[in-house]
Ligand binder design. Sequence first.
Ligand code: URA
Length: 266
Amino acid sequence: METPADPVGRIIDDLIGYLENLKEDGVTEIELSRELTERPMLMTSSPSDAQSPAGPVVPETRIPVAANDSAVNVKAALAGIASQIAVCTKCVLHKTRTKTVPGQGHSQPEILFVGEGPGADEDLQGLAFVGRAGQLLTRLIIRMGYRREDVFIANVVKCRPPDNRKPLPDEMEACLPFLKAQVAALKPKVIVTLGATALEGLIPAQGKIFITRLRGKWLTYENIPLMPTFHPSYLLRNPPAMWDVWNDMLEVLKLLGRTPPPKKSG
Ligand code: URA
């Protein structure tokens, strides 16, 4: 049974769930890197690390990387990242979260969608974009010719900011290593950032972001083409902006050599 005081139990539950999923997919063996077998715990913390004369010591985070690009290795790397997110206390958001929201989807996606941070529904379910904004995002993904499970959906911060406020710069900075590690493992062909905060969080050096000016213009992140567009929550308040988002998605599809499927009539 999971309790906040039992992070190891949660890691084990996550790992068991992940292995059960693999088994359902017909996988009977998994490859472990030498590093993993020699060092079973990914977090380098010990009770004696907890305090030092200079104050609490934040354990160094060793974020796992995929040993190679096989789906099994990428899934293992993603599960490792999710396990670290589950026990993260690097910013204040951990104090008010119900569940961490690492993000979910295909392990070798063409597209990685990046939002701002979990809302109330996501915080309860531990899944990214499952509320009203998520339903709109799902419709967009389907209209583009994908299923939700074909893409990966993540956020800049993995814990809900209270009252759905914008994540603070230090919260985004603390969380960014997780998203970076996810990008490195997933190797998406395209990243789509949803809203100004997602772009600001992923490319902090850009400073204040004017999404109305930047949307629809290709950028790159770690040599991956990045398309900034509006956040689905903005579209719920301002439906005509859907046309801009659709044009941005047509650019994404063009880059991927795809065309949207014909619109179903009726
Ligand atoms: N808004 C976001 O930015 N992310 C979510 O997961 C849900 C709503």
